[in-house]
Design a protein around this ligand. Structure first.
Ligand code: ADP
Length: 584
């Protein structure tokens, strides 16, 4: 019969004080037993039990505090390592309590199945949880991938062991569990060691903690083998080892919080860097988009301007074409009568000459005849001033001749001007183009503008003569309008000058009008730029002139002295290049 309700097996010896006797004990167990037998007085027994209760109480306290602390952390940061650790602590504590006999006695009193199975099941449970914790805690998958993969083999062996135990092979199962615990402890040690060598800071804590526990186990086993004495330290070496292990692991886990925080900070910094990078990329893309939008807008604006210019050119060309047709028609109609006049002048002069010769003979012979009937004729001859008329006749014929010549000249000019709708490049005399343009402009001059021509002999220029006439017309028209717009007493002057410079022809048209202010001069070739009143100017004359000259591969420039006039210079190549031929 046990002496007192206590997990320890203590019996009163039925031997009276001062006598001797023999005591027999029959012991049955499913696992190996170490049976140190000690004789103690009741006082010693009580003191011993108090010490044991104190040590185990402290142990349970430490383990529970560790478990609760880490459980709390698990709920805070939701890291699985902490949960495995809490379960591991509970399992280790239960195993230790089972080993010391506390478990069967207090936690599952009278439960034979648990009393016999607990040590094996709890040992394997602890090993499994220790495994899982180690895998999570020291990242075995990353640091020791090969050993990590072996892990499940142990689980199969653990399951086999429990199966053996449950199928009545308790002794074999117990021995197998012991063996497996030893091997798995070394396996975990090896993983921790390798991970530590490969730079895992956590593995260091694990290694220290695990070593503390293993030292406890070794001391316990060595004591059981009789190499160490039975005392409180050797008896409770396993709980002490596991308590130290758990405390050290808690340090490791606390350190893990730092690592997690650092990782979090790093990932936040990385996320920040990525978002800044994204922002930068978006900003760059925006800038690029803006540039593209600007480019497109400019291109759109250009094509819009081009469209407007082309439209106006078409309208203008149409206008010029009808003007051309009109002038060509008029020129043709006038040409025939003028030809009659011109061609009839020489026979008229000859016939009148003949008539005058005969008349002179008649007068000569008549003066010698004294006939009163002739006196009347002589009086009439005198009153008509026949001599004056005869002298005048020559002047009249000369003036008819000159008039007819001038008319023929005008007709030629008009025909020249009307060559507007020719598509092909032609060899043309630009001086002629200038003169015929001036002819059309002449009515506008109103005796207030004088045209000075300083035309050098020009070789034929390969061009669209009609289009160049339009250029001269637009520039001359502006010059005349500029002068007419002035309040001046004297006559305005427009000078037209043509020169050959190298393989180019330069036509300069200058006036002594008001000139162009510097703020305006840069814009005069812009389409729709005008300083004239609505209805007076469209702002297209010079822009059309510009594009015509450009198509001839030439250039047009302007210079002006405000208050003293403006000068436009049109430079054209004598011969067009193939490319210019295509463009023109
Ligand atoms: P528009 O004559 O219809 O105004 P242009 O393109 O021919 O259009 O001319 C643009 C502007 O250039 C004129 O409005 C005028 O201000 C200026 N300009 C052109 N030629 C002269 C000139 N000879 N003297 C002064 N200003 C001129």
């Amino acid at each position: 019969m046990r002496a007192g309700a206590d997990p320890e097996f203590a019996f009163d010896l039925p031997i009276p004080k001062g006598s001797s006797g023999e005591v027999f004990m029959r012991i049955q167990s499913t696992k190996q037993l170490q049976l140190p037998i000690v004789l103690r007085t009741p006082q010693e027994l009580t003191a011993n039990r108090s010490r044991r209760n104190l040590i185990l109480g402290v142990y349970i306290g430490i383990m529970l505090v560790m478990a609760l602390y880490n459980l709390f952390i698990f709920f805070s940061i939701r890291d699985k390592s902490y949960l495995y650790y809490v379960l591991y602590i509970l399992s280790v504590t239960s195993t230790q309590l089972a080993f010391t006999g506390i478990g069967p006695f207090y936690l599952w009193p009278g439960n034979t199945w648990l009393s016999t199975s607990a040590t094996v099941i709890l040992t394997l449970c602890t090993a499994t949880l220790g495994f899982e914790f180690a895998r999570q805690f020291i990242h075995t998958r990353r640091h020791t991938p090969l050993l990590h993969r072996i892990g499940p083999v142990f689980y199969i062996l653990f399951a086999g062991c429990i199966f053996l135990q449950q199928s009545g092979q308790a002794v074999i199962a117990y021995q197998m569990a012991q063996g497996l615990s030893g091997i798995s402890a070394l396996y975990v040690l090896a993983m921790a060691f390798l991970a530590w060598r490969r730079g895992s800071r956590q593995a260091f804590f694990f290694l220290m903690a695990w070593s503390a526990f293993l030292i406890g186990v070794v001391v316990f086993v060595v004591k059981d083998l009789g190499a160490l004495p039975y005392n409180d330290l050797t008896t409770y070496t396993m709980p002490i080892g596991s308590a130290i292990e758990c405390v050290l692991l808690s340090f490791g886990l606390a350190d893990r919080i730092n690592i997690l925080r650092r990782e979090k900070e790093q990932s936040q910094a990385e996320a920040l860097r990525i978002s800044l990078e994204n922002e930068r990329i978006i900003r760059e893309q925006n800038a690029m988009l803006e540039v593209k939008v600007t480019e497109r807008t400019v291109a759109l604006q250009e094509s819009n301007d081009h469209l407007k210019r082309t439209q106006t050119q078409l309208v203008n060309a149409e206008k010029m074409a009808s003007l051309g047709q009109l002038t060509a028609g008029i020129a043709h109609e006038i040409n025939n009568p003028v030809n009659f006049i011109s061609s009839n002048i020489p026979p008229l002069r000859r016939d009148i000459g003949d008539v005058l010769e005969v008349l002179a003979e008649y007068r000569e012979r008549g003066s010698k005849i004294d006939d009163p009937s002739l006196a009347e004729l002589r009086a009439k001859e005198k009153s008509l001033d026949l001599d004056g008329s005869i002298t005048e006749l020559d002047a009249i014929i000369r003036s008819i001749e000159e008039g007819a010549g001038r008319t023929a000249e005008i007709v030629r000019g008009l025909r020249n001007f009307s060559r507007l709708d020719e598509d092909d490049l032609k060899l043309a005399d630009l001086n002629e183009g200038i003169q015929s343009t001036l002819l059309v402009l002449a009515p506008q001059l109103k005796e207030r503008v004088r045209i000075d021509l300083d035309l050098a002999a020009l070789p034929a220029v390969e061009c669209h003569p009609g289009k160049l006439n339009q250029v001269f017309m637009n520039i001359l028209n502006n010059a005349v309008q500029a002068i007419l717009g002035q309040q001046r007493s004297d006559e305005g002057r427009v000078q037209v000058c043509s020169r050959v410079v190298g393989d180019q022809v330069v036509i300069s048209i200058s006036d002594d009008g008001p000139g162009i202010p510097p703020s305006v001069i840069g814009k005069v070739f812009d389409p729709f730029f005008t300083t004239k009143d609505v209805g007076e100017g469209t702002g297209l004359g010079l822009s059309i002139a510009f594009s015509i000259v450009e198509k001839h591969h030439g250039k047009i420039t302007v210079d002006s002295v405000p208050g003293a006039g403006a000068a436009f210079h049109v430079t054209l190549p004598l011969v067009q290049t193939n490319e210019a031929r295509k463009r023109a």
